[in-house]
Design a binder for this molecule. Structure first.
Ligand SMILES: Cc1ncc(COP(=O)(O)O)c(C=O)c1O
Length: 407
């Protein structure tokens, strides 16, 4: 369980303040203090080496000149040319939309928050993948959602289980939140067959689907991944982001939503932060124009190489009883320890070896899921650290499993 940082007894805070008591990152970071040169596989951020700094600086200068004295409040939906650029890129990826079908968000994280604001009363049921993205649960916790967890396997969200959940739910869930492509944390993608089934089920039970897709463009195979859910159904609200393809510091993402929800979402956005940053959106536009397509190709090669190094090193270093699964895209390798073993225990056991990761249990509501899984991110670690970290983790896992066997 991640450590609790504060006591909230004295301030008469809202009930939802409890949702902010856990700092999921602090516990893993504490453990890295046990070694002089720790290697931390927990950071799912993009690599700074591949971020196009020169181009961003050039675009920033252009943006400041162009914006001139127009530093007042601006368009609620975000700068028009950027929305046109996003619509054109999404249309090329099979999601045929125009600029008025989407608005700019402060990262896709804000999109999750705005949707939770709009949909959730305390206690409302939602369906999430198990495991799922910690940051989404941080939002849903704050809106006091009641979780129904649908299992995930190598082919993504299990639609048989989803069917059963929807058939037996005593209250209609408000939405299904899914990361269908190169999921955080497993790296798995939902197969095309299951995508179709998921959407049929959503239609039959009249449930909205939120598709969170920050990794969809970062694929390592010659073929593109399965079509975005939003390209198959208008019932899907789509969240996109420039965080993984350009840089998370920019905080620029977007949401594609049904036309009749758009006015409500824009008012929710206005209440949250009035509108997105007028300089940053120009910087993203000028950086991306005539550049992003090639840059994304370079990014795919860059992360594929890191995936290969981690997958190979773990396959060699981990005991045979550990299942190591390399993804076809995105930032994460998922491992499963044998039955009876716990990644939470291994996290502590690996700290003196100088290796840390995020245990799979943390990616479930209440940070309380099955103990066998572990997420290792290769995105932000240099190649030599990836290989060395995998060796350390392999040695720690071997020792831990032997000890467990002796008990
Ligand atoms: C699945 C998922 N959704 C959303 C986010 C947040 O992205 P952004 O930087 O666009 O807010 C992340 C970041 O890691 C993520 O993995």
């Amino acid at each position: 369980m991640p450590r609790i940082l504060t006591s909230t007894g004295d301030y008469r805070l809202a009930r939802r303040a409890r949702a902010f008591e856990h700092n999921p990152w602090a516990a893993a970071e504490d453990l890295t203090g046990q070694h002089p040169d720790p290697i931390y596989f927990g950071n799912g951020a993009p690599a700074s080496e591949i971020q196009p700094l020169d181009r961003l600086q050039w675009a920033a200068e252009r943006a400041w000149v162009e914006v001139g004295g127009q530093l007042g409040y601006g368009e609620l939906e975000g700068w028009g040319p950027l929305r046109e650029l996003i619509a054109e890129r999404m249309t090329r990826r099979g999601v045929a939309v125009g600029p008025s079908d989407l608005f700019v968000t402060n990262g896709s994280q804000q999109g999750i928050d705005l949707l939770a604001r709009l949909f959730l009363d305390p206690g409302d049921a939602i369906i999430v993948e198990g495991p799922t993205y910690i940051g989404a649960m941080q939002v849903f916790d704050a809106y006091e959602a009641s979780y129904i967890t649908c299992p995930v396997d190598e082919h993504g969200l299990c639609t048989d289980a989803l069917e059963e959940i929807l058939r037996t739910a005593d209250r209609a869930p408000k939405f299904i939140y899914t990361i269908p492509t190169f999921q955080n944390p497993t790296g798995y993608s939902i197969s095309l067959e299951r995508r179709t089934r998921l959407l049929e089920l959503a239609e039959r039970h009249d449930v909205m689907v939120i598709e969170d897709d920050p990794y969809g463009e970062i694929y390592f195979t010659p073929d593109t991944p399965a079509m975005a859910l939003r390209s198959l159904s208008d019932r899907v609200i789509y969240l996109g982001s420039f965080s993984k393809t350009l840089a998370p510091a920019l905080r620029v993402g977007w949401m594609i939503a049904p036309a009749d929800l758009m006015p409500l979402l824009l008012m929710a956005k206005e209440g949250a932060d009035i509108h997105s940053n007028r300089i940053e959106t120009r910087i993203v536009y000028h950086t991306a124009t005539g550049f992003l397509d090639d840059h994304v190709v370079a990014i795919r090669d860059f992360y594929r190489n890191r995936r290969d190094i981690l997958f190979r090193a773990l396959s060699e270093a981990m005991p045979d009883s550990v299942a190591v699964r390399g993804p076809d895209g995105g930032f994460f390798v998922w491992c499963d320890l044998p039955a009876g073993a716990s990644a939470d225990e291994l996290l502590s056991a690996a700290a003196p070896y100088g290796a840390a990761f995020l245990p799979g249990s943390w990616f479930y509501p209440g940070y309380d899921g099955p103990a066998q899984g572990m997420r290792l991110s290769y995105s932000s670690l240099p190649e030599e650290k990836i290989a060395e970290g995998a060796r350390r983790l392999g040695a720690a896992t071997d020792a831990y499993l032997r000890r467990l066997g002796d008990q």
